[in-house]
Structure formats: structure tokens, C-alpha cells
Ligand binder design. Structure first.
Ligand SMILES: Cc1cc2nc3c(=O)[nH]c(=O)nc-3n(C[C@H](O)[C@H](O)[C@H](O)COP(=O)(O)O)c2cc1C
Length: 342
């Protein structure tokens, strides 16, 4: 499943450039290879991100698993964690060889484990080191290197410090920044709380873009609907959706359709397009539950949506569960929808 084919570089580069407008955030344990295959069907034009992988794991670990991708998942970025320029450069080189379209450096994760390893959000306080990392990564391959950051850490409240951080990584070669538009509080909050409690300040990302019109800026944090995402595009180049894309994945489809001018497809048709992938992976020995856990939110907010989730999540754990379970969930949902409309 590794090694994306390389379509003609012009086409691939154009597709990559266009995907700046909509992306799905890197999310540990969520945006694995199966999830991305589903998201790709929903949003053919979106840029997808892997879960964060530490640079040293890329170098020394099981690459077949850690860097798994399929050709359809392009444009696809690998997100790296780490703060050692040489290791990040080596991992970037490996990622480029593997077929990733972008390598993104995580400067936003606040977990204790990450802080202990001196990477993630605490790097916002080490702009010179981050610039050194980005310079080494940029020199290691031709794939664009990008940075995902916060506005600051703890009680940082000086826009100029944030802007200097961004200017430093751009001078070092970063092609784009993703701004998760809130601070990370390094003490006292869990990673989950750190996605909700520090207040959002979108205006810092807007100002960054206004003052640096040539710099591609993608905004992230708390964007949950098609309308909210489209409104962001009046201010910045792209929107990145995290939790909303996972819990209510049809929003990705609605956004992608709005951006491309394409038709809205019914949820069931989108899901059925995943069948060849599911059957191929099951033939490789992957259990159905590992794939369908990512589709449970497809009917979020729809009549029958809870039944869909229930039939799939209960049934997928039973031995022998296969695609027929997905068909059962779809037909139960359809009947529930018809009943509620009657
Ligand atoms: C389960 C989960 C795992 C996450 N893992 C990562 C990660 O590996 N790397 C990263 O940069 N951000 C990670 N994030 C943060 C998201 O990328 C995003 O910045 C955050 O959820 C805010 O966007 P949202 O409000 O659209 O969800 C994670 C978020 C969630 C919910």
C-alpha cells in the first residue's frame, strides 16, 4: 500500500496547489490510512494530512505501517514531530521518496509526552530552532515543507512575537503556515481541553495574511460548518477542518462540492464507493471494524443517523463481519428516514 504512483508532475502539482483551500487536519488515531481513503471519496479536492509521526519513527520504525498511503490519497501531507534538524531532514527525504506531496512540521501539539520530547507547541518558544529544522527539511527534498502552529503558548499575547515566528520559518523555506488560531496552554490542560478552552483569535491569522499577501495562510480551529468555512476564505487562503470533518464528514463533501461547483452526492453513494477499498483491505487481513469506525458520523444529524452508527459499531465487532453489514446499516437508516418523513 505504499509508494504513490507519480502522475505527470504538472497535473499533480496543480492538484496540490488547488488543494490549499480545503484540508483535513492531522489527527492522531483518527486520520489513519483508512480514514483518509474515506475522506478522499467525500472531498476529491481536499488536502489530507496523516497523523503526526515522529521523525525518528520514520527513520527507524515500521515504514510500511507508519507511512501507509494509496495513490488516490494525493494530495497528501505527512506530518512530522521532532526538533532535531538532521532527523527531520532525513525523515523528509524518506517521505518525499515515499510519495507524499508535502511535509508538515508540528508546532502545535501540547501533550505532556510531546513537551517531554521538546517538540510540538513548546517549539513556539524556540523560533531559531524551528527555523533551523525547516531549513534542514527544505534542503532535504523538493517537496514543500510547511508548519502547523498555534498563536503562542501559555499567556503569550504579543502579535509581533507570533509574526516573527512565522517570518522565521518562512525565511527558512516554509511554503505555507497552518495557524490553529489559539494559544496552547502547556500547564494544567489536557490536549482535548487545549482544543477548546484557549480562546480563538482568528483576527491574528487574518492580519498575518493581510500584512503578507504572498504567504499562503491556512486557518484552523473551531470551524464546523460549510458556511463558516466558506466565510473564512474571504480572509485567508485555506481552511483546515479537524473534529467537524471526523464527526460530521458530510460537511467535507458539501464544502468540496461548493468549492469545485460539483454536484452533491447522496451519502449512501459516497459510502458505496468505499466498497472496493474495504474488500481489498479485508483480503489483506484488515478487520472491517478498523475501517468502518471512521464512517460512523456519515449520517450525523440525519433521520436514522443514530441507527446507522449503532448497527455498524455493534456489528463490526462480530467475527465474520463484512460489507454486507454496511449494506444492512444503510438500509436500516433508509427505512428509519422514510418512517420519520411519513
Ligand atoms: C483526536 C485528535 C488528534 C489530533 N492529533 C493531532 C496531530 O497529530 N497533529 C496536529 O498538528 N494536531 C492534532 N490535532 C489537532 C487538530 O489538528 C486541530 O488543530 C484541532 O482539532 C483544531 O481544529 P478543529 O477545531 O477543526 O478540530 C488533533 C486533534 C484531535 C481531535
Amino acid at each position: 500500500m505504499t509508494g504513490a504512483s507519480n502522475p505527470s508532475s504538472g497535473t499533480r502539482a496543480d492538484t496540490y496547489a488547488a488543494s490549499l483551500r480545503l484540508s483535513v487536519a492531522p489527527m492522531m488515531d483518527w486520520t489513519d490510512v483508512h480514514c483518509r481513503q474515506f475522506h478522499r471519496l467525500l472531498a476529491p479536492g481536499a488536502r489530507l494530512y496523516t497523523e503526526m509521526v515522529h521523525a525518528k519513527a520514520v527513520i527507524h520504525g515500521d515504514r510500511t505501517r507508519l507511512l501507509a498511503l494509496t495513490p488516490e490519497q494525493a494530495p497528501l501531507a505527512l506530518q512530522l514531530g521532532g526538533s532535531e534538524p538532521a532527523a527531520l531532514a532525513q525523515a523528509t527525504h524518506i517521505a518525499a521518496d515515499h510519495g507524499f506531496d508535502e511535509v508538515n512540521l508540528n508546532c502545535g501539539c501540547p501533550s505532556d509526552r510531546v513537551q517531554a520530547g521538546r517538540f510540538g507547541a513548546c517549539l513556539m518558544r524556540e523560533p531559531a530552532l524551528v527555523a533551523e529544522c525547516v531549513a534542514a527539511m527544505s534542503a532535504a527534498s523538493d517537496v514543500p515543507v510547511t508548519v502547523k502552529c498555534r498563536l503562542g503558548v501559555d499567556d503569550d499575547a504579543d502579535y509581533d512575537v507570533f509574526a516573527d515566528f512565522v517570518d522565521g520559518v518562512v525565511a527558512a523555506g516554509a511554503a505555507m503556515v497552518v495557524v490553529h488560531a489559539r494559544n496552547a496552554w502547556l500547564q494544567g490542560l489536557s490536549p482535548k481541553e487545549n482544543r477548546d478552552i484557549p480562546p480563538l483569535r482568528y483576527d491574528w491569522a487574518y492580519r498575518l495574511k493581510r500584512e503578507r499577501p504572498g504567504l499562503p495562510v491556512v486557518i484552523n480551529g473551531g470551524i464546523a460548518t460549510r458556511e463558516a468555512a466558506l466565510a473564512q476564505l474571504d480572509h485567508v487562503d485555506g481552511v483546515m477542518l479537524g473534529r467537524a470533518a471526523y464527526h460530521d464528514p458530510y460537511v467535507l463533501h458539501a464544502l468540496d462540492a461548493a468549492l469545485s461547483g460539483g454536484p452533491l452526492q447522496p451519502r449512501a453513494d459516497l459510502l458505496r464507493a468505499l466498497r472496493p477499498y474495504v474488500e481489498a483491505r479485508m483480503a489483506d487481513g484488515v478487520a472491517l471494524k478498523h475501517i468502518v469506525r471512521h464512517v460512523l458520523g456519515l449520517f450525523h444529524g440525519q433521520p436514522g443517523g443514530r441507527l446507522f452508527r449503532q448497527v455498524l459499531s455493534e456489528g463490526a465487532h462480530r467475527p465474520g463481519a463484512d460489507w454486507q453489514l454496511v449494506e444492512q446499516a444503510l438500509s436500516a437508516t433508509e427505512h428509519a428516514g422514510a418512517r420519520s418523513a411519513a
